[in-house]
Write a protein that binds this ligand. Structure first.
Ligand code: EPZ
Length: 427
């Protein structure tokens, strides 16, 4: 297995391009199942999860063609055509690799009146049930059965509009229901819907395909079902979590980086925290500049919340930063019940962190020290890379396949800004 070696201490500076958002691309690819015409998505990131989604869609009858090499600034273009659905089953072997596979459920049942999707299991960050997806589909008239580890959904006469009130905010359930409602008969309302930028992006693409959606960007989405959706071309929104991760890379090294092909509005909650910590975050014509006029960051408390609050997907990264801060920070995770796996690894690098339930008290250490580390999920892994950039000596991050799921050319992008980082190929 590949590893990443970081020799810490370099101050990062320069320009760093941000890719299209993984968590927008995955539902957008699933949306191709809603139409027999071609959906063209540009600014596609080059990531293992994108390959997993393609591998899931191919046997369902979707033809997939990818152009471009994903070189810096260009992104890639993918064309997806589901002229005829060949199969309505998403099997365990593919679903277990990526939980976002559940996003084919809504589109398949909406278009074909049936779908069988393996239930995703728990994962490193929590139990992550899909009950909201299933209850929501029932409100749109689907009959749902759980059988031998599979969700079997049926709507022989098609889905019908209905009101779905989410008891709490779920990104995936909002996406699944939004896609399904586009082809349901009549009006649907999604209340207490997620309003992450990835949902807005999906809704805009669906509208380009012919869907009728009101309330985009709010927590109440109203959808008038249509008989069919058509072809569309859509540019995937920049990755706000990648943007935030590299903003933290600038902050943790006392650096000065311009993140390009992204937007400051995507990282407002992070911007507020960095600003309170003395880090400057400003919009430039082509992205965001992050610099450290005051040297070391000051400790600031952080609580994760659904958008527009501070994203759980940046919690591990901000913890790495606060581990190097002047003063203390209380970091509270409210979205997932088990998302502190990076804590013991950061502590092996000299971080001073005490976890009490859903909160972690982080007291800034004068100097982190390099160490061999590993993590069990994508964002935890990248927090260790960030800590390694600030640490004295050498850090080896194992299990790089986690990083490859969500960060395109991570080591190349960081090295171009002056980091001493390289991938050590296995065997
Ligand atoms: C999306 O996951 C993202 N994944 C996650 O990013 C992100 O952490 C998460 O949203 C929260 O922002 C993709 O977009 C592919 P949820 P999702 O449904 O949709 C509970 C990353 O690192 N819940 O908003 O699965 C759930 O257990 C990943 O890129 C139920 O109880 O998240 C969690 O506690 C990791 N029942 C909370 O809701 C349900 O039916 C929010 O989950 C659905 C969710």
């Amino acid at each position: 297995m590949d590893r990443i070696r970081i020799r810490g201490g370099n101050r990062l500076s320069g320009t760093l391009p941000i890719s299209g958002a993984k968590n927008a691309a995955l539902p957008l690819m699933a949306a191709a199942l809603l139409t027999d015409k071609t959906l063209t998505l540009s600014n596609l990131p080059y990531l293992a999860d994108i390959t997993s989604m393609s591998n899931l869609l191919l046997p369902l009858g979707v033809s997939v063609s990818v152009n471009g090499n994903g070189s810096a600034r260009a992104g890639r273009v993918i064309e997806l055509t589901a002229a005829r659905i060949a199969d309505t089953t998403a099997p365990y072997d593919l679903v277990r690799k990526m939980r976002a596979s559940i996003l084919v459920l809504g589109p398949l049942v909406a278009r074909c009146g049936e779908a069988q999707v393996s239930l995703p299991g728990g994962c490193a960050i929590g139990t992550r049930p899909v009950d909201l997806h299933l209850k929501g589909l029932e409100h749109l008239g689907a009959e749902i059965e759980l059988d031998s580890g599979y969700v079997r959904a049926k709507a022989p006469k098609g889905l019908r509009g209905g009101q779905v009130v989410f008891p709490f905010v779920s990104v995936g359930a909002t996406e699944n229901l939004l896609m399904a409602a586009c082809l349901a008969k009549g009006e649907s309302q999604l209340v207490n819907a997620a309003r992450e930028p990835e949902i807005v992006d999906l809704a805009r693409c669906l509208v380009a395909m012919g869907a009728k959606i009101d309330g985009i960007g709010t927590d109440k989405l109203t959808v008038q079902g249509v008989d069919r959706l058509g072809a569309a071309s859509h540019r995937i929104v920049p990755d706000r979590i990648e943007t935030g991760t590299y903003a933290v890379a600038a902050a943790i090294t006392g650096g000065d980086i311009e993140l390009v092909d992204t937007e400051i509005g995507l990282i407002e909650a992070l911007g507020e925290i960095l600003d309170a910590g003395g880090i400057s975050v400003t919009a430039t014509g082509r992205g965001v500049r992050v610099s450290c006029p005051n040297g070391r960051v000051r400790g600031v408390d952080v609580m994760t919340e659904p958008f527009p609050g501070f994203p759980t997907d940046l919690q591990a990264q901000i913890m790495a930063l606060m581990a190097t801060a002047d003063g203390a920070a209380m970091i509270t995770e409210t979205i997932f019940e088990n998302r502190f796996m990076h804590v013991p690894e950061l502590m092996r690098m000299g971080a001073n962190i005490n976890v009490h339930g859903a909160s972690a008290m982080v007291r800034g250490a004068k100097q982190l020290k390099g160490a061999p580390v590993m993590a069990t999920d994508l964002r935890a892994s990248v927090s260790l890379v960030l800590a390694g950039l600030a640490a004295e000596g050498e850090t080896i991050v194992n299990r790089v396949y986690h990083l490859d799921r969500g960060y395109e050319r991570l080591e190349e992008k960081l090295a171009a800004c002056g980091a001493d980082v390289e991938r050590l190929k296995s065997g």
